[in-house]
Design a protein around this ligand. Structure first.
Ligand SMILES: NC(=O)c1ccc[n+]([C@@H]2O[C@H](COP(=O)([O-])OP(=O)(O)OC[C@H]3O[C@@H](n4cnc5c(N)ncnc54)[C@H](OP(=O)(O)O)[C@@H]3O)[C@@H](O)[C@H]2O)c1
Length: 294
């Protein structure tokens, strides 16, 4: 299988490059060799590579900064996925794209299904939904996986920040009213590779057979506070922690440029019923992620 992986140094992209290696020839690219704000170069690159599968692990993920950099967020998250879909269609490749729980406004009060109405709040969220739509409008051979609260142990994210704060502060305040599915990027990457491995020689037909948007995130859900407490409990170097108290707070206590939807847990049953696979419970994945040597 000839695979073009865009964004191979990001949280997810780094893991995808490892997970996809057994499936064939993987060409991994990232900024600055690849700049999604230059669509003509992106088109040329895909036409030259002629891959069978394109995986888009790139994104403009700075949720707050996006409020000031709307044009850039839209270029990377909304316009570029449309270009990728057009080129995938042109060269006969399947497109695997990733999106976010933030396409929802968080007001439903229970886990979201793919059929629930979207209502993104904030520039990042709006740009990601526009990207989903651009993919669907330009190819029939795609999977868009909406995921949530992606973390790694090698690139800055909520999990690494909690560990850092625990070494700098004796008292930490974590919000209890923001809730979603913590998702270890390696599990997401391995699931993607697992699905592609099932293509049995015709990845285009396999993706087309099940094309569409799927929710795919860590099993169960948690508040930021519950997630942080588990991170602190599983910390492989717990003796370095100086934190003594973890106090509850509300999202409203920490004003940010971009609004945060409160309850955006994703219901992944459509994915499970379609493919017969499921990502592990979020606490089990976190335990694996924090095992020394991972
Ligand atoms: N992180 C989360 O909590 C979260 C939650 C829900 C959904 N998601 C979605 O999951 C997917 C993977 O996210 P992630 O957390 O792995 O993201 P990430 O770690 O921020 O990685 C994104 C990658 O995209 C690259 N990139 C940004 N702008 C680019 C440009 N103009 N041209 C080329 N490359 C560019 C980045 O390069 P640089 O590092 O050089 O900027 C980086 O390598 C994304 O679709 C994201 O929206 C993430």
């Amino acid at each position: 299988m000839k695979i073009l992986l865009l964004g191979n140094t990001g949280q997810l992209g780094f893991e995808l490059e490892r997970s996809l290696a057994c499936l064939g020839q993987v060409q991994g690219l990232d900024y600055p060799q690849l700049d999604l704000t230059r669509p003509d170069e992106v088109r040329q690159l895909i036409r030259a590579a002629r891959p069978q599968v394109i995986l888009n692990a790139t994104a403009y993920t700075a949720v707050d900064r996006a409020e000031q950099e709307e044009a850039l967020a839209m270029a990377v998250n909304a316009l570029a996925p449309g270009v990728l879909a057009q080129e995938a269609h042109q060269v006969g490749a399947a497109l695997i794209h990733y999106s976010t729980d933030y396409v929802f406004d968080g007001l439903k009060g229970s886990p979201y299904h793919e059929t629930d109405p979207t209502n993104p709040v904030g520039v990042y969220a709006v740009s990601k939904l526009a990207g989903e739509r651009a993919v669907a409008q330009n190819t029939d051979v795609y999977w868009t996986f909406r995921t949530a609260w992606v973390y790694s142990t090698r690139r800055e994210c909520f999990a690494t920040k909690v560990l850092q704060w625990s070494r700098q502060q004796t008292r930490m305040r974590l919000v209890t009213d923001q809730i979603s599915n913590p998702t270890w990027c390696r599990m997401l990457a391995e699931m993607t590779a697992n699905l592609l491995a099932q293509a049995k020689g015709d990845v285009y037909a396999w993706v087309r057979q099940h094309q569409g948007v799927y929710h795919l995130a860590g099993g169960g859900y948690a508040s930021r506070m519950e997630w942080a407490q588990e991170i602190l409990a599983l910390d492989p170097n717990k003796s370095e922690q100086i934190v003594q108290e973890v106090l509850p707070a509300k999202v409203a206590d920490f004003p940010t440029s971009a609004p945060r939807p409160l309850f955006t847990a994703l219901d992944c049953s459509h994915f499970e019923q379609t493919f017969g696979l499921t990502l592990p419970f979020w606490k089990d994945a976190l335990r694996l992620a924090f095992q020394p040597g991972r």
